[in-house]
Design a binder for this molecule. Structure first.
Ligand SMILES: [Zn+2]
Ligand SMILES: [Zn+2]
Length: 184
């Protein structure tokens, strides 16, 4: 959906604030002794996000009834500010990750949700950068840019935006951008 710049970039404001609040909540629940559990849950959440990102992009954004036309608009107009408003994405992560876990494991819930949110923010940043930043060979995002541009030009490859790891695992990695006949 076409959204204003404030909502488009809202994640970069909402997520750091949420992560700080979750760190505070974890500390309130377990004190300094909770730091290892919080840290491990955060790393696990961020790692799991990369798989979720791959699966959502491959199956939901490219095949699901309502989402596929919305994502198709991004494929047709890659520079437009299209996306999910931050209150929807963060609200969804909160509802799916934090709320069900919190009653049983508050520290784990806080760390895990923070990790997922940071993974999502990294995905948003890398995706925006691959389309809008001037990225030259040798720059740290150059691989990500090549990989994602290939996704825009070829069907069925490179669904991972923040990492190519899951494309390698599931056999959908196309290492180099190969132009198609339609690409002029
Ligand atoms: Zn796509
Ligand atoms: Zn894109």
């Amino acid at each position: 959906m076409r959204i204003g710049k404030f909502l488009y970039f809202g994640d970069f404001l909402v997520i750091p604030v949420a992560v700080l609040l979750f760190a505070w909540a974890a500390y309130a629940a377990g004190g300094a002794a909770a730091i290892p559990e919080w840290g491990a849950s955060l790393v696990f959440g961020a790692a799991l996000w990369t798989l979720v990102e791959y699966l959502i992009h491959r199956y939901a954004y490219h095949h699901a009834p309502i989402l596929a036309p919305l994502h198709d608009a991004h494929h047709k107009e890659p520079l437009a500010f299209l996306g999910v408003p931050s209150f929807v994405s963060s609200g969804l992560i909160l509802a799916v990750c934090y709320l069900p876990l919190r009653p049983y494991a508050p520290v784990l819930a806080a760390g895990f949700t923070s990790g997922v949110m940071l993974g999502y923010a990294a995905y948003m940043f890398v995706h925006h950068a691959t389309h809008h930043f001037k990225i030259e060979p040798g720059d740290w995002l150059y691989e990500a840019r090549l990989r994602h541009m290939t996704h825009h030009y070829r069907e069925g490859v490179n669904f991972g935006v923040s990492t190519g790891f899951w494309d390698r695992v599931f056999g959908t990695l196309a290492a180099r951008r190969e132009r198609t006949a339609a690409d002029v």
